[in-house]
Design a binder for this molecule. Structure first.
Ligand code: NAD
Ligand code: IPM
Ligand code: MN
Length: 359
């Protein structure tokens, strides 16, 4: 039996609801594949603020560091939205990413054939979409200094953030992206704003330099405004996309809608070494929290990514993905992916259906 220490961070809003489904799925997968998961639950986000006053208690970071992988649901909610930024739930998530050195965020957006009718876009546009967004996760405008709200000489307030990338930060995310493209369709599109921003000019130069080491990969560049438009106009032109922290955040939400719902999109946040964090692309969905309405599939697919990328258990990951495929094939749907002729289930019932499918 293989033993794995998994830290669970359910967080806020729909977080605990979708995490419960993912844990049930992992337990049954464990039985089937002779894997033992030692789950440790820890506090992050609003839940941690309420219990300890801090969005990322030191004990949580320690527990994560001492595990083989971290499964995170989502953080944030109305209740904490007026706190200063360093005490908000989001600061907990950013601190976790920085604390574990998770500079590479892989966000696959692949449409499942069963969900073509769930997309708001035309069938011809989305059929066959299979994109990997490689988002830089520990740099850029999220972390650059100076940052803060300062007072000017005239007594006016001035909000400041700074978009910064160093050559080494660009190179390491670039390598991850070229390697990812090599395992996929061998096409990489780097997205920046090099027509305006110096930070993007450096980004484009370094990515272009790096491409000499990857002659088998076809590299292109797009400005982020055009990239957003192209993603909606003709998404099938994209294979792998590499971009900075903020642009990647925005483009991956846009890419989510190609697949039917943001409730379907998993992600993996990886560093050079140490445990990775596996988390849905969506947030805590406070508008539907506590109502058993959330789609747990992004969370369940994040658990599959954990098995694939962190625990090297591809067969177990395949089994989860096949179960997702099967319940969708049966017509099981949560509200966000409902279409004519399919059956509306709650979050828990979707979980039960998955368990049955895994058998
Ligand atoms: P959100 O992703 O939480 O929700 C956007 C919309 O999508 C909402 O209408 C929501 O109901 C829906 N949605 C999201 N996930 C869903 C799911 N699994 N099933 C069904 N519907 C789903 O984004 P938001 O409303 O802008 O942010 C809410 C809170 O979440 C904020 O506090 C934000 O900071 C936080 N957030 C956290 C993460 C994270 O933890 N990784 C990511 C994004 C946003
Ligand atoms: C995400 C979220 C986070 C981000 C927030 C909650 C800090 O939107 O994971 O996409 O902006 O990275
Ligand atoms: Mn986001």
């Amino acid at each position: 039996t293989q033993n794995y220490r998994i830290t669970l961070l359910p967080g806020d809003g729909i977080g605990p609801e979708i995490m419960a489904v993912a844990v049930d799925v992992l337990k049954i997968i464990g039985q089937k594949f002779d894997l033992k998961f030692d789950f440790q639950e820890a506090l992050i986000g609003g839940a941690a603020i309420d219990a300890t006053g801090e969005p990322l208690p030191a004990a949580t970071l320690d527990t994560c560091r001492n595990s083989d992988a971290v499964l995170l649901a989502a953080i944030g909610g109305y209740k904490w939205d007026t706190l200063p930024s360093n005490l908000r739930p989001e600061a907990g998530l950013l601190g976790l990413r920085a604390g574990l050195g998770l500079f590479a965020n892989l966000r696959p957006a692949k449409i499942l054939p069963q969900l073509i009718d769930a997309s708001t876009l035309k069938k011809e546009v989305v059929e066959g979409v299979d994109i990997m967004v490689v988002r830089e996760l520990t740099g850029g405008i999220y972390f650059g200094k100076p940052k803060g709200i300062f007072e000017t000489e005239t007594g006016e307030k001035r909000g400041v953030n700074t978009m910064v990338y160093t050559e080494s930060e660009i190179d390491r995310i670039g390598k991850v992206a070229f390697e990812a493209a090599r395992k996929r369709g061998k096409k990489l599109c780097s997205v920046d704003k090099a027509n305006v921003l110096e930070v993007s000019q450096l980004w484009r130069d370094r990515i272009t330099q790096l491409s000499q080491e990857y002659p088998d990969i076809e590299l292109s560049h797009l400005y982020v405004d055009n990239a957003a438009m192209q993603l909606v106009r003709a998404p099938k032109q994209f294979d792998t996309i590499v971009t900075g922290n903020l642009f990647g955040d925005i483009l991956s939400d846009a890419a989510a809608m190609l697949t039917g719902s943001i409730g379907m999109l998993p992600s993996a946040s990886l560093g050079a070494s140490g445990p990775g964090v596996f988390e849905p692309v969506h947030g805590s969905a406070p508008d539907i929290a506590g109502q058993d309405k959330a789609n747990p599939l992004a969370q369940v697919l994040s658990a599959a990514m954990m098995l694939r990328y962190a625990l090297d258990q591809p067969a177990a990951a395949d089994a989860i993905e096949n179960a997702v495929f099967q319940v969708l094939e049966q017509g099981d749907r949560t509200g966000d992916i409902l279409s004519p002729g399919t059956k509306l289930l709650g979050c828990r019932a979707m979980g039960e259906s998955l368990i049955k499918a895994i058998g």
